[in-house]
Ligand binder design. Structure first.
Ligand SMILES: O=C(O)CCC(=O)C(=O)O
Ligand SMILES: [Fe+2]
Length: 210
């Protein structure tokens, strides 16, 4: 199990380009509990395959919980207070919020829990998360289901990168000097987990938006 510091915060087993990695922070029971909570979110706010401004479909399916959800369509990408269907985003599930507070030590709650659903063949290109008002707040990222190769670069585009395989139950924190590092998902190893109904991987990305 994970070690904790004197504030009770888990100690990252690994730091890659400033990104804190907590491998296996969630045990199988905690993973299953989160997946059940996220299934309830997805029932109210079904994942959609977003389009870019240029009309290209992303391979990942997305939905959100919280005050804001991240959406992309022909009008571009932005945070919205409603799902494309018009319903408000469901609240961020309590166990997700407690995980945020546990790994960040931050009192403020996140505004957005982006749910990324990677089915067979889905990936996410190298990017920065920079649609938020204040980069002083960290980002927490949770992996559930199939393993995925996560790529981490630097603050500039086109620099050197490192990669690591993220497994179900792994948690990352991107904060401080690493808040704006480039990152993406090269590929997902299909069938490496049976956690997600219908197969694949779910990533939860928690952010303070405004
Ligand atoms: O799926 C992941 O692990 C990364 C997701 C991500 O970077 C994002 O949604 O901004
Ligand atoms: Fe990201």
């Amino acid at each position: 199990m994970s070690e904790t510091d004197r504030h009770g915060r888990p100690v990252p087993a690994l730091v890659v380009r400033g990104v804190e990695v907590f491998p296996g922070l969630l045990d199988p029971a905690a993973q299953a509990a989160l997946v059940a909570e996220i299934a309830a979110v997805m029932a109210l706010a079904p994942p959609v395959q977003p389009e870019t401004r240029f009309g290209r479909k992303m391979s990942v399916r997305m939905t959100s919980a919280g005050k804001y959800g991240w959406v992309s369509d022909r009008r571009g990408y932005r945070y919205e207070t409603r799902h494309p269907s018009g319903v408000a985003w469901p609240p961020i599930p309590a166990p997700v919020l407690s995980l945020w507070h546990r790994v960040t030590g931050v009192d403020r709650a996140p505004d957005c829990c982006l749910v990324n659903l990677y089915r067979e063949g889905a990936r996410m290109g190298l990017h920065q998360d920079r649609d938020e008002a204040d980069f002083g707040w960290p980002i927490v990222s949770v992996s559930l289901g199939d393993e995925a190769r996560f790529r981490i670069g630097g603050l500039e585009r086109g620099g050197p990168t490192d990669s690591l395989w993220l497994k179900s139950g792994d948690v990352l924190v991107m904060g401080g000097a690493a808040r704006l590092v480039h990152h993406g998902i090269d590929r997902v190893r299909g069938g490496s987990s049976t956690l997600i109904e219908g197969g694949g991987r779910i990533n939860l990305t928690l952010r303070v938006v405004d």
